[in-house]
Ligand binder design. Structure first.
Ligand SMILES: [Fe+2]
Length: 325
């Protein structure tokens, strides 16, 4: 019989035998406890509404922003029992972003394995790549975007793991396309539903790449592949045009939509620590690099694994051929 303990916060647990009986009853019957104590939101209620879990059971704790969840009591090096993987996949479909904390250095092959639980690994490119702040692509400020949304097949998912971190804190910001759609006004939803948005990327020259200008029309509202949930699919980095809407009206619409999508209280800013592994759904979540990663502050090397139908190089090649380049 495993020891039971009550989880009071992310990392604070108390053995059940030390708790008053009322707390334990409330934990086993949280709904009843909620009714009993909702008029008096005191400490007892907060304790009683938590759950009792056997020791060593993997925990998935949702973030307060309404998307994303942190995985704890999970062994990143060895863990992965079928029931844990099933729970993680379920959580990924619900929260769209998972944060793991690895106690030991995570081998690239293991990052590939864990990321592969959440989708199809890109077949035709390297299984992992690195983003290094010694190069422009690894240190410039990046506005919010979904990777490769300017191509026919954007990435389905991404994982990042820091191989080296600078001396001062470095972050990646995230917002939810799914939550944003829910929060839009009825009038804005009506304007966007059924229309497509033009995703453009012509900034490659600034990063020292010889790529053509990429453009692709995607629906402004897409359905989540697994759950069918409606999600906004436009970003400040790549979208300035919605089909069938005059430029001035479109500008005003995008301004209103971006104010909802990027509202500070709905952002999650991940401060990177050694051992962090963050996996996210690239259709459901947008990410940004809010500050430049100055190489003078130390190396910032992020190891990246990608999920999706086709990689960047294969699609870029297709675009080149189609344009006769
Ligand atoms: Fe990106």
């Amino acid at each position: 019989m495993p020891t039971l303990r009550m989880v009071l916060a992310e990392r604070i647990t108390i053995p059940v035998r030390l708790l008053p009986r009322a707390y334990v009853a409330g934990a086993i019957y949280p709904r009843q406890a909620h009714h009993a104590f909702r008029e008096r939101p005191n400490l007892l209620y907060h304790m009683a509404a938590k759950v009792i879990v056997p020791e060593h059971t993997m925990l998935i704790t949702p973030l307060s922003q309404g998307f994303g969840a942190e995985v704890s009591q999970f062994d990143c090096a060895e863990g992965g029992a079928p029931e844990d993987i099933a729970r993680l996949q379920q959580a990924y479909s619900t929260y769209h972003l998972l944060i793991f904390r690895s106690a030991k250095p995570l081998a690239p092959e293991r990052q590939v394995e864990i990321t592969g639980w959440f989708g199809t690994l890109l077949a035709e490119e390297a299984r992992w790549t690195t983003l290094n702040n010694a190069e422009p692509s690894g240190h410039v400020v990046l506005p919010f975007h979904s990777d490769m949304s300017f191509l026919e097949d954007p990435l389905a998912g991404i994982s990042l793991y820091p191989e080296a971190l600078p001396r001062t804190a470095t972050t990646t910001s995230f917002v939810s396309n799914a939550l944003a759609w829910d929060r839009l006004t009825g009038a804005d939803k009506q304007q966007l539903a059924g229309r497509r948005a033009l995703h453009i990327y012509d900034g490659a020259a600034n990063l020292g790449f010889d790529w053509p200008v990429f453009t692709y029309w995607h629906p402004a509202c897409i359905a989540h592949a697994k759950t069918g949930r409606s999600m906004l699919f436009i970003s400040e980095h790549h979208v300035e045009q919605i089909e069938g809407i005059e430029p001035a009206q479109c500008k005003a619409l995008l301004q209103a939509v971006f104010a909802v999508l990027y509202a500070p209280e709905y952002r999650y800013e991940h401060i990177w620590h050694t051992g962090d592994l963050v996996v996210w759904d690239n259709f459901a979540i947008q990410h940004a690099r809010p500050a430049a990663a100055d190489p003078a502050d130390g190396q910032r090397i992020m190891r990246r694994v990608q999920l999706g139908k086709a990689g960047f190089m294969a699609q870029a090649q297709r675009v080149r051929q189609a344009s006769g380049g």
